[in-house]
Design a protein around this ligand. Structure first.
Ligand SMILES: NC(=O)c1ccc[n+]([C@@H]2O[C@H](COP(=O)([O-])OP(=O)(O)OC[C@H]3O[C@@H](n4cnc5c(N)ncnc54)[C@H](O)[C@@H]3O)[C@@H](O)[C@H]2O)c1
Length: 329
């Protein structure tokens, strides 16, 4: 089966393209390379194009003969979305709408492509009112990035009712780690994620890391987050596609381990894994950071039969460390 993968040259997309290939699918990466890397594409074919140009998307769907889509292409820096919301609504919502219209076969697009897996985010929930967070938690995002993810989910719901699209929205918690063979990993233009920041500090590429807030209502006072290994995330996409292919209905499904680690625990684990001192300094809280973000993983396990292969924090950091030591792109 051919699967069009917008954003397949990015961090999560590229690991999923490889996983799709290894599972016997034919992925077609569709990416404008604004953030992604050609060297990261390990399997299938590549079309350079931009989601914000309708013709690019329509032609990619028609030319490739894709029967399903896995949609990763988006801007994804929360801080940047606050400073420049227009950039986020343009790419994530307008670009996403082009994809849905082309998939629905409307606007002169021709053939419909009915199956869609979407990269959503825990950011759709906003400040959690219950932990662990389950999928029926209200969607009350607190920044433009999270709102674009919620808007795309709402658009999928409407396109499903009108045109019969079937979808799974995968709401990721913190994606982390790298391929265990060390050949591919995380390489973002702006690094905002804790694990790569800590490892860059271990390598001396930055002076140290800041711990934003030490008086949260957690055992060591620092924020707790749920980290999920990139291959566990990639594998869940293949399971979600199989779920849709076997007739499964529209579902939003969290992807997290159901366990949380504090900022201090991550730094300590990275010191153990790397064997290097990592300078850390306490800094004030950042606005909008909840105490804890921990996923309920019941639904992914029940509906998809998903089981994490890399649930352990040191395993996650260990694969990321091997990547950062010999980073290739
Ligand atoms: N990294 C995380 O922890 C995390 C958490 C929750 C959700 N997500 C979501 O997962 C998806 C992938 O995240 P990532 O970390 O791999 O990001 P990434 O920036 O590495 O990958 C995104 C890819 O999309 C491409 N792209 C962006 N806009 C495009 C456009 N208009 N047309 C064609 N290609 C375009 C980029 O070039 C890049 O290759 C995003 O949708 C993100 O919002 C990520």
């Amino acid at each position: 089966m051919k699967v069009l993968v917008p954003g397949g040259a990015g961090y999560i997309g590229s690991h999923t393209v490889r996983e799709l290939s290894e599972a016997g699918y034919s992925p077609i990466t569709f990416d404008n390379l604004s953030e992604g890397h050609l060297e990261a594409i390990r399997g299938g074919s590549f079309i350079q194009g931009d989601l914000t140009r309708f013709d690019d998307v329509r032609n990619a769907l028609l030319d490739s003969g894709a029967e399903a889509v896995m949609h990763f292409a988006a801007h994804c820096y929360v801080g940047e979305s606050v400073e420049d919301p227009g950039k986020y609504y343009q790419n994530n919502v307008v670009g996403g709408l082009n994809l849905l219209r082309a998939m629905a076969g409307t606007a002169g697009a021709g053939r419909a492509v009915p199956l869609l897996i979407f990269s959503s985010s825990a950011a759709v929930y906003g400040i959690p009112s219950q932990i662990p967070i389950s999928e029926d938690h209200p969607r009350l995002p607190i920044n433009p990035y999270g709102r674009t993810k919620k808007m795309f989910e709402l658009m999928m719901e409407d396109f499903s009712r009108a045109h019969g699209l079937r979808w799974v929205s995968l709401r990721y918690f913190n994606a982390a780690g790298a391929h265990p063979d060390g050949s591919m990993g995380e390489s973002h233009r702006q690094e905002t994620h804790l694990i790569p920041l800590v490892l860059q500090a271990a390598l001396g590429r930055r002076p140290g890391v800041s711990v934003y807030g030490t008086d949260y209502d957690t055992p060591d006072g620092t924020c707790i987050r749920d980290y999920i290994h990139i291959l566990d995330l990639a594998h869940a996409h293949v399971l979600a596609l199989e779920y849709l292919r076997s007739g499964g209905g529209n579902e939003a499904i969290n992807l997290g381990n159901g366990t949380g680690y504090s900022v201090r625990e991550v730094i300590q684990a990275a010191r153990r894994v790397s064997g290097r001192p990592i300078p850390a300094s306490d800094a004030p809280r950042r606005p909008g950071d909840p105490d804890r973000l921990i996923s309920s993983s019941d639904k992914s396990r029940r509906l998809l039969g998903w089981e994490p292969a890399y649930p352990d924090l040191e395993q996650i950091i260990g694969t990321a460390w091997q990547w950062h030591l010999h980073q290739r792109y």
